[in-house]
Design a binder for this molecule. Structure first.
Ligand SMILES: Nc1ncnc2c1ncn2[C@@H]1O[C@H](COP(=O)(O)OP(=O)(O)O)[C@@H](O)[C@H]1O
Ligand SMILES: [Mg+2]
Length: 859
């Protein structure tokens, strides 16, 4: 196939960037061709056209205007695509033959740092996974903050858990070596998985990259062993950043090896059910994070969410946070001053990443300069704190005076947002000043010429105008055309007149263009040098940002604790949870009605399992969640919404919501529910908190009840040495309340209601003991179900209850839960008749008659 030079160049660039969409710069557009165009056009909502490359070759094509590139690229990244940007590397007017082009940047969902592509709050992790035997080394990086760490997962379940926690935008994997596909990697969405050569994942190579990037002599500084696979996974991430951004990140200053002991595990379902970062409608508004978020910086807001998603398990570290909050709660004046000072600090964290990758634009540097001015006041405020944690954050914050001086002395007061004229301050560089003066002088000369020519020709409307295509020219309106001097050269006809040039004007124009080009070149060079110096300070900026973000979160906790009368939790050893006058922090805040506080008492010895019954809408789900949230808040370092709180060690919080309550998610749900229950039974430990809300609801009543029953037993009956998790189980299966009599550490609690003039009033108060009956019908009545229907339902209920009582009594000769009769006697008798049947002797007619009679019995 004969290829045009352009097509050939395109195909060469594309070959180097196979898994990205190639944006090929052509004049004012970026064009996409072939499959790239077909994939992108629907995502971008733009028209697909065709381009003829030569006689034989034609391709689908679509284009986006270069000035709107960001918003288009944003959409492509959101859809999971990677985007390679091929720019013209030389001035098209100066090029001989085809313009040289090269890919200057690859944008990928997991590595972007451009502020306008990031959105304000979401973390953007990229995870790299390297399977070795049955283990999987997992490293993760957030390019925008420089957070970098890793762990070794013991198996697929742990990988899934990690992925659920981080929700990475991209997962980096070695190219398959022919081995059978493993479960977890085939589960990854196509768009998210990025394959790179296996050499990228070699531990040796990773070790070198890490040493270089983190500037340490030995990776042992980060609890890494030379040669271990985690180094390979971590190194591949750095390599990937280098390949997409053109250099190694300089703001990445630390590698944190994650010890599973150090963090409370909240899996994806728990995070969702407890509405920690998003409420049930997917909105941030009704989430715990939003209600607690009194931070004043974006980086603080992100960190707060991290803390809630990954609470501590180390009591010393958590108590240090509580001490810090206490110090601020006790001293409202310092709290206010600190928050005020932090407010100016903006998003230093993101600035650090932009510096570290040498991608900061003039506008961002200007914002950084402004933000840095806030650091000394914050530092001073922290240093004076009686809290050791706050004081150490103060010591850790670096004023970065050198960076600030540099920005102040080199960067202009009002630089343009992006690279362009006016970035560098006057007086910084004599070459630049001179070139600018020349350009400026020539412009003034032009202004003078305008005045002179107006006087000389007597054309009052004569004007010197600049035009991108034709340069400077005299514009003369039609009425005065006859006064135009003979030496003027006509260039262009305009709507209302004509345009002329003179040799003098052309010469000045050349001078301006020359001077501006020189100034531009000089400015770019100086800006590049400035960026280079900034990059060297990125790591210090990143750690300062982290210190300020931490202070911001602690101050936010203090602010909320004061305003909402939260209490400092006492962290105790052992498996227990006691709350006095506990509230649900979100509902208390957002609901209009007053919130009714409740008590909680759970402990592994006597009150291990609480079965919570009560009418629909009574407040069961709310109670369950508020207990779990209190535990999470306490271990995240916050105060909790109660008057007194005693919180034991918690390694994991499990929550499961019965499928019927989870219907909005539309998954097929009973299977999901049971998978999750299985997971709890396997993984809950003596330090876990298990919250089950209407589990078993997603299937037929008897199945569901039986399963719920068995699950409670299993959690209760665990051998003490395997640990007994604390369990809260809300259920509408009234039968479960029997368990309290049968099992030692099971207690009943219920939501009190009051009947008043034939209707039900929910008191939202949790009392000891089971609920006495189902209030479903009353609720139906309240909801407006017609009176006749409600009355009929009451009749049926009485009937059913009578029968059930009979069954339960008759089926309880011996004790032991296996004796519970789940089937009424009629069904039992049908079953017996079937069991006793001798099929061999049955004629077809007998069979038919028997069937009919069985059916009659059951009807
Ligand atoms: N302690 C409380 N104080 C005030 N309102 C409450 C309380 N607990 C629950 N509610 C409100 O009652 C309603 C039903 O609560 P929910 O927990 O869903 O009940 P259930 O799970 O028992 O059906 C919700 O609108 C909730 O805001
Ligand atoms: Mg409920």
């Amino acid at each position: 196939m004969k290829q045009t030079p352009m097509l050939q160049q395109y195909l060469e660039l594309k070959a180097l960037n196979r898994d990205a969409l190639l944006l090929y710069r052509l004049g004012d557009f970026y064009e996409l061709f072939f499959e790239d165009a077909e994939q992108a056009a629907p995502v971008l909502g733009i028209v697909l056209t065709r381009r003829r490359h030569n006689d034989e070759e034609e391709s689908p094509m679509c284009g986006i205007p270069h000035h709107a590139m960001t918003s288009y690229v944003g959409k492509l990244l959101e859809a999971g695509f990677k985007v390679a940007v091929a720019e013209q590397l030389e001035d098209p007017s100066a090029a001989r033959g085809i313009v040289r082009r090269g890919v200057i940047r690859v944008l990928t969902p997991g590595t972007v740092t451009e502020p306008e592509l990031l959105g304000d709050g979401e973390r953007r992790w990229i995870v790299s996974l390297l399977p070795v035997g049955t283990h999987i080394a997992a490293a993760y990086l957030e390019a925008a903050s420089g957070e970098f760490g890793g762990t070794v997962c013991g198996g697929a379940a742990e990988v899934r858990e990690l992925l659920a926690q981080l929700q990475p935008r991209e997962v980096l994997l070695p190219e398959p070596d022919g081995a059978a596909a493993d479960g977890w990697s085939s589960e990854l969405a196509q768009a998210v998985a990025t394959r790179r050569p296996a050499q990228w994942f070699e531990p040796q190579r990773g070790e070198e990259l890490l040493r270089r990037c983190l500037s340490v002599a030995s990776v042992r500084a980060f609890e890494l062993e030379p040669g271990e696979p985690l180094l390979g996974a971590a190194g591949a991430l750095l390599e990937y950043v280098r390949s997409t951004q053109g250099e190694l990140p300089r703001h990445v200053a630390d590698f944190r090896r994650r010890m599973r002991r150090g963090e409370m595990v909240l899996d994806a379902a728990t995070v969702r059910n407890l509405e920690i970062v998003r409420d049930s409608s997917g909105d941030r508004r009704g989430s715990l994070a939003r209600v607690l978020d009194a931070t004043v910086t974006a980086m603080g807001s992100r960190l707060l969410r991290d803390w809630l998603l990954r609470p501590l398990t180390d009591a010393v570290a958590a108590a240090a946070r509580h001490d810090a909050v206490a110090a601020l709660v006790d001293d409202p004046a310092s709290l206010a001053t600190l928050r005020e000072a932090l407010r100016g600090a903006g998003d230093l964290e993101r600035s650090a990443s932009r510096l570290g990758l040498s991608q900061a634009r003039p506008g961002e540097l200007r914002a950084l300069r402004h933000a840095l001015a806030a650091v000394p006041a914050v530092k001073a405020g922290l240093a004076a704190s009686p809290s050791e944690l706050l004081a150490s954050l103060g010591r850790g914050a670096d004023e970065l005076a050198d960076l600030r001086d540099d920005l102040e002395s080199v960067l202009a007061d009002e630089p343009p947002a992006i690279v362009g004229p006016g970035m560098i301050r006057a007086g910084v560089d004599s070459d630049l000043d001179e070139a600018r003066a020349l350009a400026h002088g020539a412009k003034e000369a032009i202004a003078e010429i305008e005045a002179r020519e107006r006087a000389r020709t007597g054309i009052p409307t004569l004007r010197v105008r600049y035009n991108r295509v034709f340069g400077y020219g005299f514009e003369v309106s039609r009425a005065y055309l006859e006064r135009v001097p003979a030496e003027y050269v006509r260039r262009q006809t305009l709507a209302g007149g004509e345009r002329f040039v003179t040799p003098e004007l052309e010469q000045l124009e050349r001078r301006i263009a020359g001077a501006e080009a020189r100034a531009d070149e000089r400015e770019r060079a100086l800006f590049g040098e400035l960026l280079g110096r900034c990059a060297g300070r990125a790591a210090r900026l990143a750690s300062t940002a982290r210190a300020l973000a931490t202070a911001d979160v602690l101050a936010a906790f203090a602010e909320r604790a004061r305003r909402r009368r939260y209490v400092r939790p006492r962290l105790v050893s052992g498996s227990r949870l006691g709350l006095t006058a506990s509230r649900h922090p979100v509902i208390e805040e957002l609901a209009s009605a007053a919130f009714v506080p409740n008590e909680v008492s759970l402990d592994a010895e006597r009150r291990q399992v609480v079965i919570l019954t009560g009418p629909n809408m009574g407040g069961k789900s709310t109670y369950l969640r508020q207990v779990a949230l209190a535990a999470i808040m306490a271990w995240a370092g916050s105060y909790v919404a109660a008057e007194d709180a005693e919180v034991g060690v918690i390694d994991r919080v499990f929550t499961r919501v019965g499928a019927a309550d989870d219907i909005a998610r539309g998954e097929s749900t009973f299977m999901v529910e049971m998978t999750e229950v299985a997971n709890i039974l396997r993984h809950a430990t003596g330090s876990s908190l298990v919250v089950l809300d209407e589990v078993g609801r997603g299937t037929a009543t008897f199945d569901g009840l039986s399963l719920a029953w068995a699950v409670v037993e299993a959690l209760h009956d665990r051998a003490a040495e395997h640990g007994r998790p604390l369990v809260l189980f809300a259920t509408h299966y009234h039968e479960l309340t029997d368990l309290a009599q049968r099992l030692e550490r099971v207690v009943n609690a219920s939501l009190a209601v009051k009947e008043w003039q034939g209707s039900v009033i929910f008191l939202h108060r949790v009392v000891e003991g089971p609920a006495d009956r189902s209030y479903g019908i009353h609720v139906a009545r309240l909801a407006g179900v017609p009176e006749a229907v409600c009355r009929r339902a009451e009749e049926v209920l009485r009937q059913v209850e009578r029968e059930e009582a009979r069954v339960v009594e008759s089926a309880r000769p011996a004790d032991g839960p296996q004796q519970l009769a789940l089937f009424p006697p009629l069904e039992e008798s049908v079953a017996r008749r079937l069991r006793e049947l001798e099929l061999d002797r049955l004629t077809p007619l007998d069979a038919l008659n028997l069937l009919a009679s069985l059916k009659r019995d059951l009807a």
